[in-house]
Design a protein around this ligand. Sequence first.
Ligand SMILES: Nc1ncnc2c1ncn2[C@@H]1O[C@H](COP(=O)(O)OP(=O)(O)O)[C@@H](O)[C@H]1O
Ligand SMILES: [Mg+2]
Length: 234
Amino acid sequence: MKIEVKALSHTYDVQVLDNINLVLDEYKAVAIIGVSGSGKSTLLRILSGLEQPTRGEVFVNGRSVKEPGYKKTVGFVFQNHNLFPHLSLLENITLILEKTRGMSKEEAHAIAMENLRLMSLEDQVNKVPKNISGGQAQRASIARALSVNPETIFLDEPTSSLDPILTHEVLTAVENLRNIGKGFIFVTHVISFVRDFADYVIFMHEGKIIEQGPPTFLDNPQEEATKAFMQKVR
Ligand SMILES: Nc1ncnc2c1ncn2[C@@H]1O[C@H](COP(=O)(O)OP(=O)(O)O)[C@@H](O)[C@H]1O
Ligand SMILES: [Mg+2]
């Protein structure tokens, strides 16, 4: 995956991203970490095309996030599953494939089943979200994100509402996707997952990237803010 961020700033009422510059090539899984309010979700939303930056340029795999077609190349998994509550897991996926990708019922069904199976949900496909566990619902969200065959999958704290057992279950499922040929950009507080899955880590503080590199830098952070953060999450 190739990421290029040039002089990116973003402002709501106050500035939340402050002149971010980043050039990454050949990494498959990039983790964004930092304390709450440091701008991680904003950066993730901009990288995924969900939100347009106030200032600056952002390219992923050579494509500007401002291009109208860019959003078709991404899948997004949110903090809470946000599946349609009245639809089965299967319908949650086939609906999107039929409506946004113009697929036939048969094709949509085949792709939905394939991705639900990949997330070990083949025996749950006819259930509605309220009748499955939070971990199963997050795995269904991941199956849905995969179903549109994106180049890049974005995950924003996908396990923040889950207990430790379900967190482990969901993160193990993500780790099993390592070699499916897609890029991953994710926010998490689970540092063991960052160490296991990420091949590059960005540490954010007050809207800036203040430390970055392969996950080994977390063993020996240089910046005071990174040291303080690592003390807290350990
Ligand atoms: N839609 C929004 N409107 C106004 N302020 C926002 C919005 N989204 C985020 N913010 C503010 O921007 C800052 C960074 O938020 P966010 O990117 O969500 O950080 P993080 O994900 O690291 O917790 C916070 O101060 C937050 O309150
Ligand atoms: Mg956030």
